[in-house]
Write a protein that binds this ligand. Sequence first.
Ligand code: 13P
Length: 251
Amino acid sequence: MARKKFIAGNWKMNTTLEEAVALAKGVADAVGKQSDVDVAVCPPYISLSAVAEAVKGSNVKLGAQDVHWEAKGAFTGKVSCAMLKSVGVTYVIIGHSEQRQYFGETDETVNKKIKAALAAGLLPIVCVGETLDERKGGKMDAVIERQTRGAFVDISAGDAAKCTIAYEPVWAIGTGETATPQQANEAHIFIRNILTQLYGKETADGLRIQYGGSMKPDNAKELLAQSDVDGGLIGGAALKAGDFAGIVQPK
Ligand code: 13P
């Protein structure tokens, strides 16, 4: 099955309001008219509304970097699915390794967030990936399997089909170290096999698996040429419109 490529920019904790609007306009100008690749930008919460305005009328969709699973109430600092919907968000990144490493995200909270997002009509980008120690210790497969199965507990095939998976080896994030195209593809095939066990071949074959970890214009083409690499979740290189565009349309 042909899967349309999907490139998303995770701006992390970068850009002021002004910088976010300028970057979003740059992205919309560069790749907002093409429709060969699905494109999204995920700015910090405070810039979501303004970025929604900046990409209006283009094919660039809006994503958020996280969400809380509760609908509303006394959860200081948190943002709900309904709030994200109300400012025009389509996608939400869930379970990013930085959330797991620094902010106590677990497979269980990932699962709760995915369920809440799907119930609200948001499309989750679910992140999985091993650390260097886990890879060196031969635990890579076990970690990825635990994270993938944990994310999808009690989620139907129909709902799973609305998700994107992002394979982000932690050792390749922001380090300049990239998984080789072969390493990335092997991990993606491993993840797709787990999804096949969970949901059957048709659903698993339809799901997009992005690669994330030091993806740049000069390595994007080879990574994206792999059979099971269906896009990218881009950190550092998403902060310059030209670099991001060079990943959406690699030369
Ligand atoms: P870098 O592209 O900066 O390595 O970050 C990847 C990432 O974490 C995207 O979510």
